[in-house]
Design a protein around this ligand. Structure first.
Ligand SMILES: [Zn+2]
Length: 346
């Protein structure tokens, strides 16, 4: 089944005439395939600081060989309440009576604001605002791009454009030349026009290094140190190097403590196992050094005792009294008790 509406013409995007409070963002002519009616659609953007409540437009229509057709079509958008930057109009179709129309040009003739002031226009000179390019067309280096976004915000995705009495910000917002800062992202036009790529690259590298320092991965922190060393005296890179080295030392200490705890756990399980085996085999297994399980158990107990004492001393020095401390105490008591028991059996 075919679509009910066919698009037979599209306007250029972002049409503007100097001083206008709104932009014609898009326009199209559709044909209703069931009734053969023609419907024009326009989409506007309010770029004024005032809320728009009325827009009058005039369409100049042309036939399929671009000859002007009859009288111009006029249309009023009433009961609007459109603040700055809002898009509107596309939900209000304009019926074109003459079915020979195949294209049109559009101009806004009047805009009424919430304070009952009116902007009027008679010019036909509504021309496209030059398109913005992706910021990557200007900045291809990754670190420099990160630095750019770090300074101008994550929405800084476009090159700036200056045209007529407007400038288009890196965030895509439309500002008037009388505005020194973007009304949306607050970036200053002078800053955007005078970017120092060398400085941005440093800014980006610094940002990436700081981010890497938040990782628990020692290798990433080492990479961050390399970047901070490359940055030299940029910002607080020297202090960041010291912090990063502390982080690595702490991470290594944590890893050591983790391994010690695992080793103690292994020791405890082994000792309890040996005690259980010996107990179940009693009394003949406790007849002296010739009993291999007793000897292995005794050696394990001595090893466990050594590590338990080592850990207890370490935790006392650091004043760590969590489960690890009490776990070491338990280990110490079991090891000592078993060692005394075995010695008494010899
Ligand atoms: Zn902006």
């Amino acid at each position: 089944m075919s679509e009910r509406y066919s698009r037979i013409f599209s306007l250029c995007n972002n049409l503007y005439t100097e001083g206008a409070p709104i932009v014609i963002k898009a326009g199209a002519l559709h044909k209703d395939n069931e009734t053969s009616w023609l419907i024009a659609q326009l989409k506007f953007q309010n770029i004024s600081q005032k809320t728009v409540k009325l827009v009058k437009v005039e369409l100049k229509c042309f036939d399929s060989v671009e000859r002007p057709i009859e009288e111009n079509v006029t249309y009023e958008y009433l009961d609007l309440n459109e603040a700055r930057d809002s898009d509107f109009g596309s939900n209000r179709p304009i019926r074109i009576a003459n079915t020979s129309v195949r294209s049109f040009s559009a101009r806004v003739t009047e805009v009424g604001f919430c304070d009952n002031t009116i902007w009027k226009n008679q010019t036909d000179a509504w021309n496209p605002i030059p398109a913005q390019n992706a910021i990557q067309s200007l900045i291809s280096d990754h670190e420099t791009l990160i630095g750019y976004k770090n300074i101008f915000g994550n929405n800084a995705n476009h090159t700036i454009v200056e045209t007529k009495d407007l400038w288009l910000c890196t965030c895509g917002s439309i500002n008037h030349t009388i505005e020194q800062r973007c009304h949306k992202c607050n970036s200053a036009l002078t800053d955007l026009k005078s970017i120092d790529t060398h400085l941005l690259k440093k800014e980006g590298a610094y940002f990436l290094a700081c981010k890497a320092c938040q990782s628990s991965d020692v290798n990433q922190i080492k990479e961050a140190i390399t970047i901070f060393e490359r940055l030299g005296d940029f910002k607080d890179s020297t202090a960041q190097i010291l912090n990063a080295k502390d982080q690595i030392a702490n991470a290594k200490q944590r890893e050591k403590e983790r391994k010690d705890t695992l080793f103690l756990l292994f020791e405890l399980i082994a000792i309890i196992g040996i005690i259980a085996v010996n107990y179940l085999s009693a009394p003949q297994m406790f007849s002296g050094y010739s009993s291999l399980p007793v000897l292995i158990g005794f050696l394990l107990v001595l090893t466990g005792l050594f590590f338990a004492i080592k850990q207890i001393v370490a935790y006392l020095r650091k004043k760590i009294f969590d489960f690890r401390f009490f776990y070491s105490i338990l280990m110490f008591l079991i090891s000592t008790g078993y060692a005394i028991f075995v010695i008494l059996q010899l």
